[in-house]
Design a binder for this molecule. Sequence first.
Ligand SMILES: *Cc1c(COP(=O)(O)O)cnc(C)c1O
Length: 462
Amino acid sequence: MRYQSTRGQVRDITFKDAVMMGLADDGGLLLPEEIPRLTPGDLEVLEKLAYPELAFQIISRFATDIPSADLTELIHRSYASFSHPDITPLVHKNGVYILELFHGPTLAFKDVALQFLGNLFEYLLKERNEKMNILGATSGDTGSAAIYGVRGKENLNIFILHPHKKVSPIQELQMTTVTDANVFNLAITGTFDDGQRIVKEVFGDLQFKSLHALGAVNSINWARVLAQVVYYFYAWGEVRRQTGCREIYFSVPTGNFGDIFAGYIAKKMGLPIRRLILATNENNILARFVRKGDYSIGDVVQTPSPSMDIQLASNFERYLFYLYGGDAHRVVAAMESFSKNGSLRFDDAERKTVEEDFLALSVDTSQTLATIADFHEKTGYVLDPHTAVGVHAGQALCGGDFPVVCLATAHPAKFGDAVQQAIGCDPERPESLLGIEEKEKRCEIIAADTEAIKAFVALHAL
Ligand SMILES: *Cc1c(COP(=O)(O)O)cnc(C)c1O
């Protein structure tokens, strides 16, 4: 399997090179040159497999340059860190299926991809006899999942910037209690936007970037999307076993269009997905795109689902590539026009294509909290606020014709304040959070200044 960029200047590269490149050298995003189609017979085999075996069956179709034995080992090691034997268990509550993606070390779905990516990076660096210094900024979930993905790994250091005292206490503790020598937590005295700007500026210094072999773990790495394709197949197999139904809906709480894009790939591979339900909070650029063909940027507002408080969905360009029939010139023109005008428009034919794949809904804060309360009252089950956005959209948009699987992207204990507001009590803490306040911590408080960050990285880089 070879890979190409959405902007057309990078093509015919291997899976391994695509993983190491991250963002394509022409500024685009990498995609496989073709999407393997599975036959009904293939699906029948896949529906019977346990998670790691299923993951191998899916990932190996795209990672054709990694020997089977190595890939099997990488996958097994990546999912051994999950606390549930099914990895991503599916539960049936209140008329919908909940796909629990939060049993990894940091209690959010990003672990599914980043546990795999950390092991994959270590494997590729060793093979190439190279080192990498990962640099990123986080508003919470990505940083901790990335840190857990690479802690203790060889030839890898990680530097994660978070805004000092501006992430939730649990999120801060999940990062700062990792004391491995290769992990550097930098609490900047500024905002998340400062962190993002600084990281962009550091990467923009190409000499510095190559001197210190800087790497990124943001959601544009193809390996992250790929690892997430697996659980769509897993959930489908479980529903099929339980109900005999062949077609299903997925409802996906969305920010960066990463998770739901993985579902789109699964659909393209032939998984019988009726529609993907794109659920946003008040930051609804993607919902407007699906419902009205209007992709125009607005201001970011704060909601109880902060990991979806995003206006610029970095994976959207991948979808555009397919919507434009693989025409890289049109993608380039659209991205240029979008950065100039802050909006894109779509014609009737394009809108019709979008509607064949997606339904969408923007769910506001009161609906989100009411969904948590209602679900808790009826079933005793506690939804996290991100998951509640998807559950609300799933219940509102699906008429009961086919089963609905709602992706549960975080454990409720990660977002205790919103849960407390909705149901009047704190969610139960899972084992990994017990006593976390008492653990040893390691964190540098540092000025929100690009030169200060560069000096720190230069001093501690591999
Ligand atoms: C990152 C995140 C999301 C959004 O996922 P995207 O891939 O960015 O759409 C949703 N919920 C939680 C809990 C997250 O951490």
